[in-house]
Write a protein that binds this ligand. Structure first.
Ligand SMILES: [Zn+2]
Length: 199
């Protein structure tokens, strides 16, 4: 699971919270507060305009490396058949976002961290996606897409709102899944063939 921190390069300080939930500055990544989405990090920065001034959103990669959002925008590249095969094999032909099987001829190469947000054409950042998910996701993070889909779903259910209890229950289930990251992580792991199903 990719996480995000607020970091100020000039002073080499990170944003964290004290026990009394006050915004504090810390020196190491280990002590830094981890956000699940870049949006949460930005919101936290807005809430503490003085303390968090000049702090930028950084992506904490799986290997612990820090990558600044928007720092380098890599050009989209055309992938060779060999490269496409390697990427396709990652999930055995399933879209890494919705899990649906996609034919080799039509699958799209997806950048997990969008190029517009500092992602690269590195193999570790590339996953197969179906056309629908690929066009929906475009230049946003998978977490943001999930947030949006949940929002659309909740809005549509509420709008049609003939069964209030059902809406409330659905909302609670989705919210708790989102909080525990079950929704996103499980789907990703299944799609990537790391686990068979959710226990
Ligand atoms: Zn899909």
């Amino acid at each position: 699971m990719i996480q995000y921190v607020l970091y100020k390069e000039e002073s080499k300080k990170f944003i964290a919270y004290s026990d009394s939930r006050k915004v504090i500055h810390v020196k190491s990544l280990e002590e830094a507060h981890r956000f699940d989405t870049p949006n949460q990090a930005r919101k936290a920065r807005e809430k503490a305009p003085k303390k968090a001034a000049y702090f930028r959103v950084y992506i904490v990669m799986d290997n612990g490396e820090l990558v600044k959002e928007n720092s380098t925008i890599t050009k989209r590249k055309k992938f060779s058949q060999m490269e496409r095969k390697r990427i396709y094999q990652k999930t055995k032909g399933h879209c890494y976002l919705c899990g649906e099987f996609v034919d080799f001829d039509v699958f799209q190469v997806e950048h997990r961290i969008p190029l517009a947000k500092g992602g690269t054409n590195d193999f570790s950042n590339l996953f197969p996606a179906c056309n629908c998910c690929n066009s929906m996701k475009n230049s946003i993070y998978p977490e943001e897409l999930l947030e949006k889909i949940t929002q659309i779903f909740m809005y549509q259910v509420t709008k049609r709102g003939n069964n209030h209890t059902k809406c409330v229950v659905a909302k609670q289930v989705i919210t708790s899944m989102m909080e525990k990251n079950v929704l996103d992580r499980a789907k990703l792991q299944i799609a990537c063939g790391l686990i068979e199903s959710v226990e």
